[in-house]
Design a protein around this ligand. Structure first.
Ligand code: ATP
Ligand code: MG
Ligand code: FE
Length: 335
């Protein structure tokens, strides 16, 4: 089955074609980051308008790259939520209309289920069951995953998401928006031990997180510093270490609690190399294994939506002719 996937939940227009037999055939991504950077964050109305402009050309591009036409598409998957409602509606309307015109089924995909399944696009794919850490711009959650649609929430962030904390800390040091990846890069030149930031809730016997205090600690350190390149690097280093140690510790707890041997990490922050290294080390010590998405498919993309939609279409799921988009949608509601 060949599935066209469409992602428009936030500020990336992503399109991909996934084949259940042959894997990913083609994909294309347009990021609106430069447009929103000027405002220091995503402007919802601008995001929707840009998806309108970019979506159809990207669909054409993906079909051309795969050397296929609309007749070769067996189903269409789109991000139904959660996300910005206007942005979601663009993807939903285009997907539903094309599916109607091409006479193929359409299915709405949960954006975080898309992230969760992105490691299935890697060569080394996890088997069920596993513990999943979803770390992105809007979410920090731990799930026990027993199969497609079987997600039990073990814990989550009570305030900022890890990616959000990265972005806010980057922004206060003038590293632009979204600066998570830039901050991680700066951390490489940081000296260990110059700063030590708190690890909130690390000793609590649960799988919840809190990251908002960390950004305040970083702000105070920044204000007290000489604001040099070295200060940026040292603060970035201490900040990243605090986030990574907290995430690793809570993953360890989730693995212990569930008895699982496999850990899947997905979402934008799963691109962080320090996080990957530390999780690999922790899993090796437990005789388990950590699984990650290919670097390219950690942040928002169409491939993960095409893959997740394909799994759901193969199960016989499809939507009626209505257009459905949901700004809020807890993943535990999935089946
Ligand atoms: P959500 O998926 O929760 O709706 P989102 O789609 O905005 O949110 P993603 O696209 O999954 O989030 O991830 C973007 C986030 O990942 C940003 O906060 C970004 O700073 C962060 N990020 C990307 N690369 C890195 C990195 N190397 N280190 C740390 N953070 C990173
Ligand atoms: Mg984005
Ligand atoms: Fe995302």
């Amino acid at each position: 089955m060949r599935v066209l996937g469409i992602e428009t939940s936030c500020d990336e227009t992503g399109v991909a074609l996934y084949d259940s037999e042959r894997g990913l055939l083609a994909d294309a991504l347009y990021s609106q980051v430069a447009m929103h950077a000027e405002y220091g964050g995503v402007v919802p109305e601008l995001a929707s308008r840009d998806h309108v402009r970019k979506l159809v050309p990207l669909i054409r591009e993906v079909l051309a790259k795969a050397n296929l036409t609309s007749k070769d598409v067996d189903g269409i998957a789109y991000t139904e939520g959660p996300g910005l409602i206007g942005a979601l509606l663009v993807g939903a309307s285009v997907a539903r209309s094309l599916a109607f015109a091409w006479n193929v089924p359409a299915v709405g995909v949960h954006h975080m289920e898309g992230h969760l399944l992105a490691p299935m696009l890697a060569d080394d794919k996890p088997d069920y069951p596993y513990v999943a850490l979803l770390v992105s711009g809007g979410h920090t959650q731990l799930f026990d995953v027993q199969g497609l649609g079987q997600y039990q929430l073990l814990g989550e962030s009570l305030d900022d998401a890890a990616g959000e904390a990265f972005d806010k800390t980057a922004k206060l040091m003038g590293l632009g928006y979204p600066g998570g990846a830039v901050l991680a890069k700066k951390a490489e030149a940081g000296r260990a031990g110059v700063y030590t930031f708190p690890r909130p809730m690390i000793d609590r016997p649960n799988c919840d997180f809190s990251f908002s205090g960390l950004k305040t600690a970083a702000l105070l350190a920044w204000q007290d510093s000489d604001r040099s390149e070295q200060a940026i690097a040292d603060i970035a280093h201490a900040f990243q270490l605090a986030v990574v140690e907290t995430l690793v510790k809570k993953c360890q707890r989730a693995l212990k609690q569930t008895g699982r041997k496999r850990l899947v990490i997905a979402g934008g922050v799963s691109a962080n190399l320090e996080l990957r290294t530390q999780l690999d080390i922790m899993l090796k010590k437990r005789s388990g294994k950590a699984y990650f998405p290919p670097l390219k498919y950690c942040t928002d993309n169409g491939a993960m939506i095409a893959y997740a939609g394909c799994q759901r279409l193969l199960r016989g799921e499809q939507m009626d002719l209505g257009i459905s988009a949901r700004a809020r949608w807890p993943m535990v509601e999935l089946q």
